[in-house]
Design a binder for this molecule. Structure first.
Ligand code: PDD
Length: 286
């Protein structure tokens, strides 16, 4: 039997119910996180939970649990579900109230839901790399909030999928922002470049681990906006996310990157990232 966490209680997943007027269901009025689990252990969970609280705060939802309580609840959930390798999906909405665009008055409690997803590491993608397309970024101007509203991201990802690609790299005019569900990095003259964490992208937890690893291992790195032209000319390109780790990009709009093979800096960062996972979670399946 699979379990889910609903408003602080762990119950059978099939018993979990959402009210038709839950504002997350109705308006996408909420925020979420995806946390990776390796060998039954949480990876960078503290950072994800802090971002969840920050996302919630920025739309005026105050979570009735501390980070410590949230950690304990998801640890219990993964242990009850015997999750070895996979993800925890967690979302918080503004709760249940009669439909109205205005936020409900009074003390409407937020709805908190979490469940587990079994998912092995994407070993082929990590080794071979993935193909991508470029697409205009049509999202709003608060992409730093990990909002449930993912329609523009879904449309970009669907477009990529229909063209046999794994990810859509988004750009606003000439500036590359991020993937539909990942951060994007290029290597230019041996320097790793990725968009600065501002309102136009999500400040990825994986991105921050990579920046830290670059700093500690003398890999030149800079956070700045880069253009589509720089992307086209890059020596290497890769993406990062909780589920995709450090994935090489070997093709963009049908044109090969680095002759279609993962580059040396990408491979080095993959290696360092795996070691970081192993520090927190034990030996990985490679
Ligand atoms: N997505 N940018 C966007 C738009 C994302 O949706 C994600 C992650 C990232 C990478 O963030 P992180 O390294 O913290 O996972 C960047 C998750 C995995 C998802 O929606 O499934």
């Amino acid at each position: 039997m699979e379990y889910a966490l609903v408003n602080g209680e762990i119950i059978g997943r099939s018993e979990a119910k959402i009210d038709v007027e839950d504002r997350g269901y109705q308006f996408g009025d909420g925020v979420y996180e995806v946390i990776r689990v390796y060998n039954g252990k949480l990876f960078t969970a503290g950072d994800h939970l802090k971002r969840l609280v920050k996302s919630a705060d920025s739309i005026g939802i105050s979570l009735p649990y501390t980070i410590q309580q949230l950690t304990e609840m998801i640890e219990e959930l993964l242990s009850k579900n015997n999750l070895e390798t996979g993800n925890i999906y967690m979302q918080v909405t503004r709760g249940v109230a009669p439909r109205n665009h205005v936020f409900p008055a009074g003390n409407v409690p937020p709805t908190l839901v979490a469940y587990t997803i079994r998912a092995v590491r994407p070993l082929d993608n990590l080794k071979i790399g993935v193909k991508t397309i470029l697409t205009e970024d049509i999202r709003w101007l608060r992409c730093d909030i990990k909002s449930l509203n993912l329609l523009a991201n879904l449309m970009a990802k669907q477009k990529a999928s229909e063209r046999g690609c794994f990810e859509a790299i988004q750009h606003r005019g000439q500036d590359v922002t991020e993937g539909s569900s990942s951060n994007i990095f290029i290597v230019k003259d041996g320097t790793v470049i990725t968009h600065e964490s501002n309102n136009l992208i999500l400040k990825g937890i994986t991105k921050d681990v990579i920046l830290d690893l670059c700093g500690k291992n003398n890999i030149p790195v800079i956070e700045r906006t880069f253009t589509v032209a720089e992307l086209d000319e890059a020596e290497e390109v890769f993406l990062s996310s909780t589920t995709a780790e450090v994935t090489p990009i070997i093709e963009i709009n049908g044109t090969k990157v680095n002759e279609g093979v993962p580059g040396p800096i990408t491979k080095k960062l993959q290696n360092l990232f795996e070691k970081e996972i192993e520090k927190q979670c034990g030996v990985l399946v490679r």
